[in-house]
Design a protein around this ligand. Structure first.
Ligand SMILES: C[S@@+](CC[C@H](N)C(=O)[O-])C[C@H]1O[C@@H](n2cnc3c(N)ncnc32)[C@H](O)[C@@H]1O
Length: 194
């Protein structure tokens, strides 16, 4: 698997307690981000989705969680989500098979973010969107978060918003900012429409 192994192992160990310390995702933010899609959103894939925080924020008929840590997928299944153990850089899904991908608070943990974005673009149907929620390392709270994660031993690589916007565009998606701040949201829309 192509990931920061230490990070995944830590999430695996911590999976049973993860939700105790993690606030729910902002459903309004996700709804508005997904509204950039040029198609109906019925099938959502939450990549590096952990216990399914991104999936839980969206009201779609099919919500699937993919995560490299078995413990996290187990917790996601307990919450009623379909969940598969998978590397974000090699998703076990067909081309053009989902309407939206979410990557929440996770891209900075993935060893090859470019591959994860390319895979997300590959599985998106025309007009579908990838919604990425990240932390801005140039904001004071973001700098603190980055320092804390490194102190904890995570191999995290955070992205300034403009850099992430460029990576999303490099994956062949039309990149837009849905929100900015310490936490920000980038949306990438696949070409074409329903
Ligand atoms: C901070 S958690 C975020 C989980 C969830 N998205 C959320 O918002 O609660 C980061 C997640 O990324 C997963 N992860 C790290 N590298 C990965 C990779 N290469 N492929 C898939 N999942 C990965 C970890 O196992 C962990 O569940």
């Amino acid at each position: 698997m192509n990931h920061a192994l230490g990070d995944v192992a830590a999430f695996d160990r911590f999976s049973r307690f993860y939700d105790w310390f993690t606030p729910e995702a902002d459903a309004d933010e996700f709804r508005e981000a997904v509204a950039f899609a040029d198609r109906d959103v019925e099938r959502v894939l939450d990549v590096a989705g952990g216990t399914g925080r991104g999936a839980a924020a969206l009201d779609a008929s099919e919500r699937i969680v993919a995560d490299a840590a078995e413990g996290m997928t187990r917790q996601a299944r307990r919450k009623g989500f379909e969940a598969v153990r998978a590397d974000a850089a090699s998703l076990p899904f067909a081309d053009e098979s989902v309407d939206a991908v979410t990557i929440v608070d996770a891209l900075h943990h993935i060893g090859s973010p470019e591959s994860a974005l390319a895979e997300s673009a590959r599985v998106l149907r025309p007009g579908g969107v990838v919604v990425i929620r990240e932390i801005d390392p140039t904001a004071p709270v973001g700098r603190f978060t980055e320092a804390f994660e490194h102190l904890y031993g995570f191999d995290s690589t955070f992205f300034a918003p403009e850099d992430l916007g460029r990576l999303v565009a490099d994956a062949g998606l039309d990149a837009k900012f849905r929100s900015r701040g310490f936490e920000y949201t980038v949306v990438g829309r696949a070409p074409g429409s329903e």
